[in-house]
Ligand binder design. Structure first.
Ligand SMILES: Cc1cc2nc3c(=O)[nH]c(=O)nc-3n(C[C@H](O)[C@H](O)[C@H](O)COP(=O)(O)OP(=O)(O)OC[C@H]3O[C@@H](n4cnc5c(N)ncnc54)[C@H](O)[C@@H]3O)c2cc1C
Length: 411
């Protein structure tokens, strides 16, 4: 007979959204929380490594930041954008009036490991690795649990008051629940690679634009740069037929400071990886017994590295909603209506982020001389605007510069 498990909250996916929600819930309530993660380990090659200031504040509040600091991370002190080598926009994070001024950069497995290590000290938290959710259990239009396959291939049924889909940008749970997403592709994808960081490199996110081409350069822990260059949508296989030297030339034309470094360290296309850029707008984030968070609810563009930030802050807001509901209605299936305020408040921020990113995307991909002039004027005007720091802080801090839905997390 196959195993079955009873819990209060079943979270599918142990990424930043799922791990953070699991910790918060287990810490602030007596609820039993189960996180299912299909991978056996958290080694991910290329994932969000820049953690925005608002999420850094949450890590501090939860007592995780000091441990991460001891392990080591980079502090990113600003962002600069150059058009044909002329600096047209910059933000210096030292100007933020806040305790946590800087983005931190660290490998995602370390971040998730720190969150889960803390969660696993709590008796009401459990994590199953190698547990791939394969189906939802539905009774009278309510989601009442999931079925997952463990590492030995056995199917296990979990019953819960709520299933949280935190399974990321390629979620299958959303589809299983009959929720359709509006997937929008952009006209570009990005090819990413890593190279060693010169010791005198400014600790700023650096965007270099020239005509229709751009490079995003992210200082990365411990001593690297993560670099992304745009290519036309869906053309990675075709681009890879060119000699790697053509790629070196394109990169160095955009950032001459990488000349010599890129040739030495990017020996073949195998040293690069594709980021398929798309956004998902999901009209409905919940059903009775189910709620979506993180990339599953809203995949955003990589511009300004907002994905992890949104995921962590979704978890922060949702934890209180779930804990309060189940405290008032123990063991009940959480109805969709209980998630309305959560969804409304988070959507407002996600819409703001997506609108800002779409505008930036349009500028970066300008294909005409007029469009490129408009891009330069727009960014230079924004650079001079008295609202610049305020706008940057809204993107950096998310919920802490807007109204949180509910009260606080004691920690
Ligand atoms: C190349 C790249 C670079 C990025 N850089 C940045 C950045 O610098 N800053 C930033 O903020 N964001 C960045 N992002 C985006 C960021 O990684 C995501 O937005 C963020 O990880 C979303 O968190 P999540 O928890 O919602 O989903 P994910 O991190 O995708 O986690 C989902 C988890 O669910 C698991 N899972 C999936 N299906 C199942 C299943 N059926 N059963 C059980 N488990 C399942 C997956 O294995 C995974 O561990 C980047 C993304 C990519 C691809």
């Amino acid at each position: 007979m196959s195993e079955s498990i009873q819990t209060d909250v079943c979270i599918v996916g142990g990424g930043p959204a799922g791990a953070m929600l699991g910790l918060l819930l287990a810490q602030q309530s007596p609820l039993n929380v189960l996180v299912l993660e299909r991978n056996q380990a958290f080694q991910r090659e290329f994932r969000g490594e820049s953690i925005s200031q608002g999420s850094v504040a949450i890590l501090d509040e939860l007592g995780i930041l000091d441990g991460l600091r001891q392990q080591g991370f980079l502090q990113i002190e600003g962002l600069s954008m150059f058009d044909e080598d002329q600096r047209i926009f910059s933000v210096n994070f030292h100007d933020f009036q806040a305790k946590h001024k800087f983005i931190i950069d660290l490998p995602q497995p370390i971040l998730i490991g720190a969150i889960l290590d803390k969660a696993q000290t709590l008796p009401n938290f459990s994590l199953r690795m190698g547990a791939a959710c394969t189906g939802l259990v539905e009774e009278q239009e309510q989601i009442t649990g999931v079925v997952y396959r463990d590492a030995s291939g056995e199917s296990i049924t979990v019953s819960a008051s709520v299933v949280v889909d935190a399974s990321g940008r390629y979620t299958k749970i959303r589809e299983m629940a009959g929720i359709q997403a509006d997937i929008q592709t952009f006209s570009r994808d990005a090819v990413w690679f890593r190279v060693p960081r010169p010791s005198d490199w400014e600790l700023h996110t650096r965007i270099k634009v020239n005509g229709q081409h751009h490079l995003i350069i992210l200082p990365t822990y411990p001593d690297q740069l993560r670099v992304g260059i745009n290519i036309a949508k869906g053309q990675y296989q075709k681009v890879k037929q060119e000699p790697i030297e053509t790629f070196h030339d394109q990169v160095c034309k955009l950032e001459p400071l990488l000349d010599g470094i890129v040739q030495q360290h990017i020996r073949s296309w195998k040293d690069t990886v594709l980021l398929d850029i798309f956004t998902a707008n999901v009209p409905q984030w919940s059903r009775d017994g189910l709620v979506l968070i993180g990339d599953s609810a809203h995949t955003v563009s990589p511009i300004l590295g907002q994905g992890v930030n949104l995921a962590i802050q979704d978890a922060y807001v949702l934890a209180t909603v779930i804990a309060n509901y189940l405290q008032a209605h123990p063991k009940a299936i959480i109805p969709k209506s209980a998630f309305a305020a959560f969804e409304e408040s988070r959507r407002e921020l996600v819409n703001f982020v997506q609108a800002f990113q779409a505008d930036q995307e349009k500028g970066l991909m300008a294909a005409t001389e007029e469009g490129m002039i408009e891009r330069r004027i727009k960014m230079s005007t924004l650079d001079q605007s008295p609202m610049k720091v305020q706008l940057a802080m809204k993107l950096a801090f998310g919920i802490f510069s807007a109204e949180p839905v509910q009260a606080s997390h004691g920690g």
